[in-house]
Design a protein around this ligand. Structure first.
Ligand code: OMP
Length: 244
């Protein structure tokens, strides 16, 4: 059976705040229970690297979620700059294509080597968990099933040398079949039965996502908007533990 500590290591709590104080207050509240955090655009564009320095000084791992999507040269530069901040994981949009992803991975590896620091995992966002089948087909104009689109993105990311993908829990089995067990899956759109879906469309409970083979879960509002965030983490870990 997985120990609770190991289960906690599989959660990235999304710090979607616009102030450093609010973010650090939550980190303080969660204490040793959670040591991995996701910093996204809202917080990073407000605080810059300061939030990363503060999280690293507390011994936390950081997934810097800036979802790069631009021409290969620009994304390579962004990946290099992000790597120099010492984060554990960065992401790009798979829709940016093979060359963009390959250059991002190479730039991260080269910069890490030059600085003598561990290279971050570089992963690709497939189809956002806030989209459903109809939105993808009719608004965005991608034909076919979401699963097929996600698998196409995942295979392209793997061919480009990336370490894994961000996807909803619903596509995990197909991703594993297409890309193997070692290809990292990072899964947002996590909603315990007691939490609101908000703007997420392709959701799974924490336990179901683990059962489907998720390596890491990204969880924001079910924890950050809970009346008692620490209790929310405990409930989620209990739910995750029940499947082992
Ligand atoms: O790349 C991501 O992290 C991401 C990809 C995706 O497809 N869906 C998604 O929700 N995310 C992020 O995961 C987090 C989910 O937050 P909650 O919906 O509050 O749990 C947010 O910070 C999103 O930016």
């Amino acid at each position: 059976m997985l120990e609770s500590r190991n289960l906690a290591e599989r959660i990235y709590v999304a710090l979607d705040y616009d102030s450093l104080d609010d973010a650090l207050r939550l980190v303080g509240q969660l204490g040793d229970g959670v040591r991995s955090y996701k910093v996204g655009m809202q917080l990073f564009y407000k605080t810059g690297p300061l939030v990363l320095e503060r999280l690293h000084s507390e011994g936390c791992h950081v997934f810097l979620d800036l979802k790069f999507h631009d021409i290969p040269n620009t994304v390579a530069g962004a990946a290099s700059s992000a790597t120099s901040l010492g984060v554990s994981m960065i992401n790009v949009h798979a829709a940016g294509g093979f060359e963009m992803m390959k250059k991002a991975k190479e730039a991260a590896a080269e910069t890490a080597q030059a600085l003598g620091i561990p290279a971050p995992l570089v992963i690709a966002v497939t189809q956002l968990t806030s989209t459903n089948q109809q939105m993808m087909n009719e608004q965005i104009g991608i034909p076919g099933s979401i699963e097929d689109a996600v698998i196409r993105y995942a295979k392209l990311a793997r061919e480009a040398g990336l370490d894994g993908v961000v996807a909803s829990g619903r596509e995990l089995r197909a991703i594993r079949e297409a890309c193997g067990d070692q290809f990292v899956t990072v899964v947002p759109g996590i909603r315990p039965a007691w939490a609101a879906a908000n703007d997420q469309k392709r959701i799974l409970t924490p336990a179901d996502a683990l059962r489907a083979g998720a390596h890491k879960l990204v969880i924001g509002r079910p924890i950050t908007h809970a009346a008692d965030p620490r209790e929310a983490v405990t409930r989620i870990l209990e739910e995750m533990g029940e499947l082992s």
